[in-house]
Design a protein around this ligand. Sequence first.
Ligand code: ATP
Ligand code: MG
Length: 232
Amino acid sequence: MLTLDCVSKSYASGQGYQKVLDQVSLTLEPGRFTALVGPSGCGKSTLLNLCGLIDRPNEGRVVWQEEDLSAVSDARLTEIRRQRLGFVFQSFNLIPVMSVWDNIAYPLMLTQTAKAEQKRRVNEVIDAVGLSDFIRKRPDELSGGQRQRVAIARALVKQPALIIADEPTASLDEDTALTVIRLMKTLSHQFKTTVVVATHDSRLTPFCERVYQLDHGRLLPRVQRAKEELVS
Ligand SMILES: Nc1ncnc2c1ncn2[C@@H]1O[C@H](COP(=O)(O)OP(=O)(O)OP(=O)(O)O)[C@@H](O)[C@H]1O
Ligand SMILES: [Mg+2]
């Protein structure tokens, strides 16, 4: 689906450069749930920004479904992002003046999806995240867990090939975090979506089929078995 091939990323720092990612290679297989873990500042968001085609590497290649993106235009990256990728962020990034329904429908409005199809798809994902009774509420009338479920529904509604989730449970209490991650896992199976998630939260990694640790710019695989029995 998406391959990062020996990518490096540096940022200017003081007089010199800080190499945040050093020759990192990663393949996100279709339908698989992958986690990136590591301490604050180790480069998880930097790596997710490369996976999400928000940023480009200084070295190495990013390949999307056999298309080498090294030399493609920003417009092409935006097109793939809009049509094929879904994002879930720590801070939800919902639009405060819009209802739950409109927040979720928004990506379909951007891609000019027909109204009837919008309605069908929004209803399907609202139902899947258990918020059918909240469609007219605004985000500030919801709890943190409910807001994150809206954000997950918004990411799913495009039926993206890949969902990129950066600390999706960081603003949630322990029980809600577990509920949200279980839901993401269940939905990724239901909608056959590939997911990559960055997290500090070691309680989440048992749900992930692949876990990688970022350590001084390098990506190390961590032996991990998904505890399917934890998924309701
Ligand atoms: N736009 C930027 N300009 C300069 N330095 C940056 C930029 N973005 C990130 N960095 C630096 O790169 C390093 C990795 O940052 P990154 O946000 O990827 O870490 P992270 O693992 O996501 O951390 P956290 O768990 O706190 O979210 C940090 O040292 C950060 O200061
Ligand atoms: Mg981060």
